[in-house]
Structures are given as structure tokens and as C-alpha cells.
Design a protein around this ligand. Structure first.
Ligand code: F6P
Ligand code: MG
Length: 442
């Protein structure tokens, strides 16, 4: 533990959300992954013959072994398969080992930091797959991500239609109207984060109702609302920007499917309102926390939109493809996002990524896992300032846009957490509440 910072959330705390996740939710996700491989066995055979069948069996046996290790709280073992991040992961495992004082103690599932073991589990799923060629590029969560997208169609159509209407009238909007639209799309992107699939253990979690109509009634569930800061920052950039200079907004993406569309709609608006001139997105290099966006998901979704038979949806797809071609939208990959490290060590572990983020005028961190990494997934008092919990991670002005799905929350008013807990003991973990939490000079 770094001096002066509280202990990590961990499965040691029986009954905590971390404990329940390791005990119930993670094994359930593993079982679903095994089942998915099994259901694709004919496809593997058709594609690769006997080798495909053998690979499927191998991947299943590796995942079953992993589930057994977890359920019997076995020691965390190093990675064996060579991959770009294997050495960094194994060094991190050594570091976790060094934190354990008992004589021959080894990091174990329920006794190690929750953030570490949960990330480790997804990295082990990836290892099981890459150890099983020729199916080593199979994404066990792809089906679920695609299902989430298809099940949210109605809401997506409404969103794309809203965006097109907005685009045609944007020139006529005064500053207050523009600000209202900015706030609306920010909130849609926030509530889009309810739709992650790891919280629901891979059960469907799509957006079936029209989210635009819900924004007003969901407002009371925003616990920290720094939207005004975001507006002042970007509007100021717009007003003071010299011709041909850049205002860059970086979005650290979270889930694919519905949430990703809400993020892309926001990005589209930022450009057409000239609040920004360039948007940079960051996705995951490997399948992660069930629904997180990889480059395949990102491209797949834009292709799907383009091919939609709904006029405005396909226009969005075509416009977005064009934004990428023109370099107004840039997609980045970096292995750091699928490491277990807290963001406060990014400048040492991934200085290139830190330097890239420093180029942004504003960074939006989508989702719960990013919040856990921003705050180190630690037992902070709820009233500790966000700036303090970031422990030196200040690449650029930043904002967490997150619905609460883990027992960590900072920057609340005195008494706010107590009041919520009195009426809803699970207020931190259901995804019902959300935050826009900003850090940076104003
Ligand atoms: O276990 C639930 C959970 O997996 C949390 O561990 C994690 O923080 C969250 O769901 C993922 O949420 P998000 O997609 O918003 O990062
Ligand atoms: Mg996610």
C-alpha cells in the first residue's frame, strides 16, 4: 500500500460487494464463457476441422481449471503464454507477492485486492484462448456485446434521430440552448453506462426504452454533478481558440453496444457544436470485463450502423466512418488499460500513454472500472476530495462519467453517503446512481 492511502477493497471482507463478486459473479461469467465455447464447437470444426475441436476442448479445460482455482481460493499463478504484456503482468504478480508478509503466503483470490484479481481473471480468460490455436482470436463475449446492440435498437434509433435534428438546427441555437443539448447528451452517455454486462453476470442489460425521455427524471440520481465545469472549459476553449488550432477531447471508452453509441453521439455533437475539434478514443486490446469495447467492437458497431435500414442510423454510421477517415476521430489501443494498475502509476508504467493523454484539453473516463482505477479501488472516506484520491494522476483536466457499481465513492458532501445508506444499503453497487466528477484547474 502506498503511504497515506487506505487499504484496497478485497474479497477478504465477507459480505462486501467485492466478496460477492469473487464468490458468485466471476464464476458465473466463467461458466458462461465455457458455455459459449461449447456452443460454437460446430463452427470451430467447420472452420478448422479436428484442430478446431481440439482447441475448443483445450480452451474449455483451461477455463474450468481457472474456475476451480478461484472457487477453492488457490494461489494466483503466473502467466505462461508469451503475449505483449506477459512480463509486466508477472512483475505485478511478484509485487503483490512482496506485499504479503506471512512466511510462505501467496496472493490468493479472496485475500488480494479485488481490482487485481478481477483484472487477473479476464487476463487468464485471454490466456486460455491464446493457448488454444487455431481459435486464438475468438472473443467469448462477442455474442453478448452484439446482442446488447441489437436489443437496444429502438433507443438507438431515437438517439440517432435526435442527433440528426440537432445537427440541422445547431447553427440557430443560442449559447444556453447549446449548453442544454450538451448537458442532455452528457447525461445520456452517463446513463448509457448502466448497460454493462459484467455487473449482470452476462445477462442481458440493454436499453429498451427511449433514454432521451428519461433524462429529466433521472437527474436526482446524479450524486456529483460537475457538468457546469465541463461546459465552461469547452466553451472557453471554443471562444478563445485561434483559427486552425485544436481543442481535443479524449474519451476513455467503457462498454460496447448501447453505451458506445451514446459516447459516439456525444463525440459527434462536440465536433458539430465546435466545442471540440478532435476526439480521441481509447479501447481495450483484449476482451475485458465482458462488455468493454475492443477495436473490433468499435469497427463492427460503426459498420452495423452504416448498414442499418433506418435512414438516420445509417447516416450516423457513414458520418462516423468519415470522421475516422478525416482524422477528426482517432482510435487508440494501449495495453495499459488491461493491466491491473491504478492510474496513479500510469506515468511510470506507461509514460507514452500518459504523454498522449496530456495532449487533451479534457479527458472523459467512462464507467465504473475506470473510476476504480482512478481512485485505486480503495476504502476512501466518501468525503475525501477527488483530487486527493487521484494521488498525482493529473495528465489533463478530467472527468469521471460513471454509474456506481463498486463500493468506492469520493468527493461527496458530509452526510450525503449516510443519508443514501440509510434508505438504500446497496446504493453504491446497483448502477442506479451516477456522477460527473471533475478534476482540473477551472
Ligand atoms: O462486478 C461488477 C463489475 O464488474 C465491477 O467490478 C466493475 O467495476 C463493473 O462491474 C464494470 O462496470 P463498467 O462497465 O461500468 O466499468
Ligand atoms: Mg465495462
Amino acid at each position: 500500500m502506498m503511504a497515506g492511502s487506505p487499504a484496497s477493497l478485497s474479497g477478504q471482507d465477507v459480505g462486501s460487494f467485492a466478496y460477492l463478486t469473487i464468490k458468485d459473479r466471476i464464476p458465473q461469467i466463467l461458466t458462461k464463457a465455457i458455455d459459449t465455447l461449447h456452443r460454437h464447437k460446430n463452427e470451430f470444426f467447420e472452420k478448422h476441422g479436428e484442430k478446431g475441436t481440439e482447441a475448443e476442448k483445450k480452451a474449455i479445460s483451461l477455463l474450468s481449471k481457472l474456475r476451480n482455482e478461484l472457487q477453492t481460493d488457490k494461489p494466483i499463478i503466473p502467466f505462461v503464454e508469451k503475449f505483449v504484456d506477459t512480463d509486466i503482468w508477472n512483475q505485478y504478480l511478484d509485487y503483490q507477492q512482496s506485499l504479503i508478509n506471512e512466511n510462505d503466503g501467496k496472493p490468493r483470490w479472496f485475500y488480494s485486492p479485488w481490482l487485481f484479481v478481477e483484472c487477473y481473471m479476464y487476463r487468464r480468460i485471454h490466456e486460455a484462448i491464446i493457448q488454444s490455436p487455431p481459435i486464438d482470436d475468438f472473443d467469448v463475449f462477442k455474442e453478448l456485446k452484439e446482442k446488447n446492440f441489437f436489443e437496444s435498437q429502438e433507443s438507438l434509433v431515437a438517439l440517432c434521430t435526435h442527433l440528426q435534428e440537432l445537427r440541422t438546427t445547431i447553427e440557430d441555437l443560442d449559447e444556453n440552448q447549446l449548453k442544454d443539448e450538451f448537458f442532455k447528451l452528457l447525461q445520456i452517455s452517463l446513463w448509457g453506462n448502466k448497460c454493462d454486462l459484467s455487473l449482470s453476470g452476462g445477462e442481458t442489460s440493454s436499453q429498451r426504452t427511449n433514454i432521451i425521455n428519461s433524462v429529466e427524471e433521472l437527474k436526482p440520481f446524479i450524486l456529483v454533478n460537475d457538468m457546469e465545469h465541463l461546459w465552461s472549459l469547452l466553451n472557453n476553449c471554443k471562444k478563445t481558440r485561434e483559427k486552425a488550432s485544436v481543442t481535443r477531447v479524449d474519451v476513455v471508452l467503457d462498454n460496447s453496444g448501447f453505451e458506445l453509441v451514446t459516447d459516439l453521439v456525444l463525440a459527434d455533437f462536440l465536433l458539430c457544436s465546435q466545442l471540440a475539434t478532435e476526439i480521441h478514443f481509447y479501447g481495450k486490446t483484449i476482451p475485458w470485463f465482458v462488455s468493454d469495447t475492443t477495436v473490433h467492437d468499435f469497427n463492427w458497431l460503426i459498420e452495423q450502423m452504416k448498414g442499418s435500414n433506418h435512414k438516420w442510423m445509417s447516416k450516423c454510421g457513414a458520418d462516423w466512418e468519415n470522421s475516422i477517415k478525416m482524422g477528426r476521430w482517432v482510435y487508440h489501443d494501449h495495453i495499459f488499460w488491461t493491466l491491473p494498475h491504478e492510474f496513479c502509476v500510469m506515468s511510470q508504467v506507461a509514460p507514452d500513454l500518459y504523454a498522449e493523454l496530456q495532449k487533451a484539453h479534457l479527458i472523459l473516463f467512462k464507467g465504473d472500472l475506470n473510476y476504480r482505477k482512478l481512485t485505486g479501488d480503495r476504502k476512501w472516506a466518501c468525503t475525501i476530495p477527488f483530487h486527493q484520491a487521484l494521488r498525482g494522476f493529473h495528465p489533463a483536466p478530467l472527468c469521471s462519467v460513471r454509474t456506481l457499481k463498486a463500493e468506492v465513492q469520493v468527493g461527496l458532501q458530509p452526510g450525503q453517503a449516510e443519508q443514501l445508506a440509510a434508505s438504500e444499503p446497496n446504493w453504491m453497487t446497483t448502477g442506479k446512481y451516477g456522477i460527473f466528477q471533475f478534476d482540473g484547474p477551472l
